[in-house]
Design a protein around this ligand. Sequence first.
Ligand SMILES: [Zn+2]
Ligand SMILES: [Zn+2]
Length: 347
Amino acid sequence: MPPQSTSTKIDAPQVEVSESRVGVTQRKVANVKEVESSTTETAKEWNPMEHILWMNVFWFTILHVGAVYGTYLTIFSASWKTFVFAFFTYKLSLFGITAGVHRLWSHRAYKARLPLRIFLAFCNSVSYQNSIYEWARDHRVHHKFTETNADPVNSKRGFFFSHVGWLCCKKHPDVKLIGGKVDMSDILNDPVVYYQKKYYVPSVIVCFALLPTVIPWYYWGESLWNAYWVAVILRYCFALNATWLVNSAAHMYGDRPYDKNIAPAENITVSALTLGEGYHNFHHTFPFDYTTSEWGYRINITTAILDFFSLFGLAYGFRQATPEMIKARIARTGKSGHEVVEEHEYM
Ligand SMILES: [Zn+2]
Ligand SMILES: [Zn+2]
């Protein structure tokens, strides 16, 4: 069941790397102009309904029907321990997304020692949202070309498209074009990412499906049937929809204090569901910031856990937007009246 794109191309890209004023490495596609001008009339008129991947539609439908059945088993048949375990697994899988493939590998917002990177790769395989490599590539394209044809989750196509529709149709030609040119060399140089990609299928079978099915059966006598439908299918469906809300709801609903000219918005509900990834106006304005907001640990458990790991030296090199930077940006593109947090609560 492919949850995201099915491309496995890992060819090295043609990219230039430049340092921004704030010392944040920003990778720029060398021939952005070429790519932008390549948007043909055909591409502009591109209609997702003419490019539907029916097999993906089928699998996502089955998944959601299965989640309804998993909910039924949760209420009428499964042990409360299995439900708690499924909830924990959902959080663990999202941590692989938020702290792992998003803040670490996509944005290089901090550095992580090998044991933490291995743990994050494990969590990522539990989440089954594509390999670290493919997720990060799509996400870098999303940031670089937000709300354009080259954005894989272009929210201008509506809530449904940016939520799940983009996974149910072929990619827009511009997404493919850009995706093949984004610099991913830093990622492939990380052996953890390389081996997670190489052994992605077996890692998903074990981490995503096998362990969450066997653990409830082994430790508290849950039936394998209940464990599978609750801790794998229901948990997966819920985690996927929570993640997708960042691309849909957090690109449509909420305040825009840092840059009122972009669609990404501050959405507390999405933050609560995604361990702190709903502060999307801040994140698209300061993508290098490891906290993705200026509110410390407020509905942002990912930041709290990363700070905890830093106590043991596992996470370090945190990058953050300073209050001065935030103020300057608000003065330029933001909403007047927004009070910037002067003293960050971070460690
Ligand atoms: Zn991001
Ligand atoms: Zn976004």
